[in-house]
Design a binder for this molecule. Structure first.
Ligand SMILES: C[S@@+](CC[C@H](N)C(=O)[O-])C[C@H]1O[C@@H](n2cnc3c(N)ncnc32)[C@H](O)[C@@H]1O
Length: 212
């Protein structure tokens, strides 16, 4: 947690709860995967839904599906006709996500691309009105560079886990993911093509938009 645990818990309690139908996906994720904590959770899931609600995107790209939690949080707020493309490498994660996408009301609107995300991004034409980056941390700069030209002029790019529970601000923390996130944050901060706002939501979420 970045904020004090008691405050994080309070924020979760007074934020709208996750829809009850997500419980089956959470149960499968906890039973079948090693790291169920990779799901964005109810607080950030509701934040993503609010962004989709306000932005009214035509096309969304997610990098890092896992078992589909964040994709379904975004899907439930999509306007009519919106399509969501999501990229995942791990076959177990793909199979769980496919099962829950198929059972959802958005089965026709969600397109899951199996394989390395950079390859899938290369195959997918833009523009995207919303991009959510939540895959391997050392890949973030490459994902950013690959998707920025495909971000629509009024689109948003959200990058998850950018503060690594605050570790980025502690130079003694040299864990690979923390080092990667420090490099990503500095890369975006120095990029004159964009403006970014780094929010202390959960592990840190950057809100990035193009300028000019
Ligand atoms: C933090 S999890 C995503 C969590 C998801 N957004 C959610 O809320 O449930 C990161 C995912 O990225 C996937 N991943 C890692 N490297 C990848 C790559 N090169 N291409 C595509 N997916 C990748 C992992 O297998 C993992 O499922």
């Amino acid at each position: 947690m970045i904020v004090r645990p008691v405050v994080e818990k309070y924020a979760e309690e007074v934020s709208s709860p996750a829809p009850s139908w997500l419980a089956a996906l959470v149960a499968d994720t906890e039973a079948e995967t090693d790291l169920p904590a990779m799901m964005v959770g109810s607080l950030e899931g509701e934040f993503l839904a609010a962004v989709v609600f306000a932005l009214r995107p035509r096309r969304i790209l997610e990098i890092g599906t896992f078992t589909g939690y964040s994709a379904l949080c975004m899907a439930r707020a999509m306007p009519e006709g919106c399509e969501l493309h999501t990229c995942e490498l791990n076959p177990l994660h793909v199979s769980i996500a496919r099962k829950h996408f198929a059972a959802s009301p958005w089965a026709e609107s969600i397109h899951l691309w199996e394989g390395p995300a950079l390859t899938s991004i290369g195959d997918l034409p833009g523009p995207f009105d919303l991009v959510f980056v939540d895959a391997d941390k050392p890949g973030y700069i490459d994902y950013y560079e690959a998707v920025l030209p495909k971000l629509s002029p009024h689109g948003l790019l959200l990058a998850d886990n950018v503060l690594q529970f605050g570790g980025v601000a502690n130079e003694r923390d040299q864990q690979p993911d923390t080092v990667a996130m420090r490099a990503f944050n500095a890369h975006v901060a120095a990029d004159p093509r964009v403006r970014q706002s780094v929010l202390t939501v959960r592990e840190g979420v950057s809100v990035i938009r193009r300028v000019g």
